[in-house]
Design a protein around this ligand. Sequence first.
Ligand code: NIG
Ligand code: FE
Length: 414
Amino acid sequence: MKSLAVLHASQLVTLAGPKRPRVGAEMSELGIIRNGGMLIRDGTIDMIGPSNEIEKKSRDAEIVDASGRVVLPGFVDAHTHLVFAGNRLDDFERRARGETYAQIAKAGGGIWSTVEKTRAANDIDLLEQAKKHASWFLKCGTTTVEAKSGYGLTVDDELKILRVIRRLKDETPLEFVPTFLGAHAIPHEDRQSPQRYVDLVINEMLPRVAKEKLAEFCDVFCEEGYFDIERSREISTAAKKLGLKLRIHADQLSNSGGAKLAGELNATTADHLEKTEEQGIAAMKAGGVQPVLLPGSVYSLGSTCYPRTREMIETGLAVVIATDFNPGSSPSPSMPMMLSVACTQMRMSPAEAMTASTINAAYSLGRGDKIGSIEPGKLANFSIFDCEDYRELAYWFGFSQTSSVYVNGERVTW
Ligand code: NIG
Ligand code: FE
């Protein structure tokens, strides 16, 4: 049996607590052990406690001396569009000159330009680029990501992306949770007949995805001009019947009822929510939906319209923070950057932001029993950061404080 002992963490931030997502005041309880340590056996956490007690039990173990640095559970990023070809540097520059996301999309940029590049790329090229993205996530201390399709928009191209995600699972240390987002945009060839594309998603894509077990979740970009409430309901209902769980891009550009739909369908998550108001928040609460807030896209699009985070926390919703990593609206894999924006712009405390990006995110992916905290029985996915206090991760910004990252007890960064 292989044993590893991590000793002398200035703070072992365990997030130990009830076996469910954390709400309200619970989001501030991080279960910190000062001068903490943990014992790992065969990739699983065996014991946690004061460093001197762990040291006594670690006679045969390889020692990792955290020497006064913070140890955190690996971040869990519950919303990424990680597989795509190329970049959107031209959109970026146009936005800097004052054009909006919507104007750029109309003028041939936006999601569609990434779809064209992704369709043209073969699976090997997509895999290579995605592996590079995966290494960026690991360097930022993220050990699990949700990854969506959505830049293919044909049966073959959507399946191509989901198969790349499956290979990434096997070929990188990062853990992946796959989501089918065929309903990301109406492809140009169906612009005059959007219902034809909705039927394709429902009758051809979803059954293939379910049969080949290529995704755990189905997502829809619920927004006027993309998939309206009716079409989002139709697609999500079909997905649910096939056994997929639901996530919904809701109320990002307008308060169009996406959060309410998520509540009605008991979706696992409603994501974005920049324009969601009281009714949407109440519907999420009634439907047991977790809000996934994406500060990176608000920041990167130069908007100041952040979601009503305090209201959501006060309503008792189990808030999640994620990167929304994608080439258009959020080209950042960095959870520490998201923590910074959450604390400076959304009035989350550093502790709430930490809970939102670890244990709550893990529950939103159906993996709360395996990851998201440092507790006996969980996978030894954790990071060591070059600071003494976990709050420094959100406080200092714009550079990496990562010292080392471990997945299943194995070091994966150098
Ligand atoms: O989550 N809102 C839809 N999808 C992405 C943007 C994708 C893109 O611009 O390529 C988002 O922000
Ligand atoms: Fe997104």
